[in-house]
Design a protein around this ligand. Sequence first.
Ligand code: DGT
Ligand code: MG
Ligand code: MG
Ligand code: MG
Ligand code: MG
Length: 261
Amino acid sequence: MAKSKFEYVRDFETDDACLPNCWIVVRLDGRNFHRFAEQHEFKKPNDDRALHLMTKCAQTVMQELEDIAIAYGQSDEYSFVFRKKSRWFKRRASKFMTHVVSQFASSYVFYWKDYFKDQELLYPPGFDGRIVLYPSNQNLKDYLSWRQADCHINNLYNTVFWMLVQRSGLTPVQAQDRLQGTLAGDKNEILFSEFNINYNNEPLMYRKGTVLIWQKVNEVITKKIKLPKETEEKEVEVTRSRTQFMKAAHWGNFIAVSEMV
Ligand code: DGT
Ligand code: MG
Ligand code: MG
Ligand code: MG
Ligand code: MG
């Protein structure tokens, strides 16, 4: 077919293919979730419904899109790690980022009612996305550890903060002043001595976030086969190994990246 005179406009498109042999990380984050959480009466500092909905959306993304090896989420964010060797959409950054974010956002609305039974969705939430490439396994592991450290620092702060407000009746400003300049050890001590809470016994999902990985499962299926010397078909059971389920885990530390290549 002859080219139309308009074809030249294609040349204005820029090449945004991700560098080969790098892990491709897409991180998304809820837009203005401070307000979204307030308006939808999220429990403070952690709302199980919200965290589980985020994980449901991340599982949907992993199932629908290709080549995602691992995902990590906390608060209103999720990171998706695409395999180094992925050739999906010729590694175009815009395709990776937009598919992840749109699939996640539509899932958030689609599955909302399964998690927030009595809480109506008041307005359409949005998510931003960014893409980062990591050339080495160590870089990727450090990236994931960095997000997990962020989860830990924020959660420890928020746990003490809301205890001071909800249990001790401090105003938010007073609680903030009280925590000014305190170290992790001080916050642990406040929780223990004033609220009888051992921070290490708080749920792992709150302290460490959620990791999604693929898991090999053995599946038993019945097959009808015809043996050469017999006329009738026979049913036999065969076991095959399939990568199927995603395991949601809350780990203390990330596994060696080599295990997920
Ligand atoms: P952004 O991302 O710049 O558009 O603004 P935000 O407001 O989304 O800020 P961000 O992402 O740094 O912080 C996440 C907010 O989401 C933070 O204000 C707390 C809120 N949030 C996330 N998960 C929960 C939860 O389980 N419970 C409550 N109460 N709030 C949550
Ligand atoms: Mg932000
Ligand atoms: Mg946000
Ligand atoms: Mg955030
Ligand atoms: Mg199309």
